[in-house]
Design a protein around this ligand. Structure first.
Ligand code: IPE
Ligand code: IPE
Ligand code: MG
Ligand code: MG
Length: 292
């Protein structure tokens, strides 16, 4: 049995190494620099979740699936690069360094996002161990549907600026912009373990719900967090009057709702009676408590 810290210490370097391999596929030095600017600097929450979910449902080592898990980190990083652009959240700081458009210009930031999404899909099509074509199709379907949800979620996020948004709209928006991709991470674990569609569906529900908690915490960090520790521009939510839990229900109620949701997520994991749930439990608990 390994702890979440030990698991991170073991797999984060493998994910970083995979990222370095991906960067080598880009031959234009200044574009490689723009792509590598943020890639690998984050918490790697999503690829680690893919690997933890696979381990939870199978009891087996996820080592072979690092390249496929890394693909979802590429997609996530694409969404962050575009999210920070002046036409979107107009944020200057990301992962403790200047945003890609600040360091490398808007055009390369736009193209870096495009390249990362495309490269992620190529990795799902041909990366990692030998896999049945049907499994790869399921992975690509899961990743592309999640990306579709993120994009629509981002449209709703922009529409929510300064707008009168109720809690149901807000939950929908957060499930789309953040929950869907985290849902795909858990779903990946089930697809790779060749589980039944009903179980894969439950894993998606669980991941989406963990993602909702993750975004609620993100909203709270914009109010109570420390920009130095979080490593990104925190003033955007207030300046743009974003649709966030603190703005719609207040900080105190947001914290209560987050604690409630975390209990619900942990209960969901328990109910699934998985062979090795410990890491998944630790990740679900951490999503609502993180400080960065
Ligand atoms: C930031 O994601 C954007 C959200 C969906 C909240 P992370 O908090 O996972 O950021 P990184 O990847 O560690 O930088
Ligand atoms: C997070 O959006 C979801 C994305 C699709 C990027 P936010 O705008 O709420 O996240 P941060 O605070 O910039 O990381
Ligand atoms: Mg945003
Ligand atoms: Mg943002």
């Amino acid at each position: 049995l390994v702890t979440l810290n030990e698991f991170q210490a073991l797999y984060a370097p493998k994910i970083q190494a995979e990222i370095q391999q991906v960067l080598l596929k880009f031959e234009i030095p200044e574009f490689q620099a723009a792509l590598g600017h943020l890639l690998g600097r984050g918490k790697l929450f999503r690829p680690l979740l893919v690997l933890a979910a696979y381990h939870a449902v199978s009891g087996r080592s996820p080592a072979a699936y690092v390249p496929l898990a890394t693909a979802l980190e590429l997609i996530h990083t694409f969404t962050l690069i575009h999210d920070d652009l002046p036409c979107m959240d107009d944020a200057q700081l990301r992962r403790g360094v200047p945003a890609v458009h600040v360091a490398h210009g808007e055009a390369l930031a736009l193209l870096a996002g495009d390249a990362l999404l495309n490269m992620a899909l190529l990795m799902l099509a041909e990366g990692g161990p030998r896999l049945a074509g049907a499994v790869r199709v399921r992975l690509i379907q899961s990743a592309t549907f999640a990306t579709h949800c993120v994009v629509e979620g981002q449209v709703l996020d922009l529409r929510g600026e300064g707008a009168d948004v109720d809690v149901a709209d807000l939950e929908y928006l957060h499930r789309a912009k953040t929950g869907a991709l985290i849902g795909a991470c858990c779903e990946f674990g089930g697809i790779l373990a060749r589980l039944q569609p009903e179980v894969i569906h439950m894993l998606h529900e669980l991941g989406e719900s963990i993602g909702l908690a993750f975004q609620m915490r993100d909203d709270l960090l914009s109010v109570v967090g420390d920009e130095q520790i979080v490593g990104k521009t925190l003033s955007t939510d207030a300046e743009k009057q974003k649709a966030t839990y603190p703005r719609i229900v207040g900080v105190e109620r947001s914290e209560e709702m987050l604690a409630e949701l975390t209990r619900y997520n942990l209960a969901m994991i328990e109910q699934m009676e998985l062979p090795a749930p410990e890491l998944l439990i630790a990740i679900a608990a951490s999503a609502g408590k993180r400080t960065h």
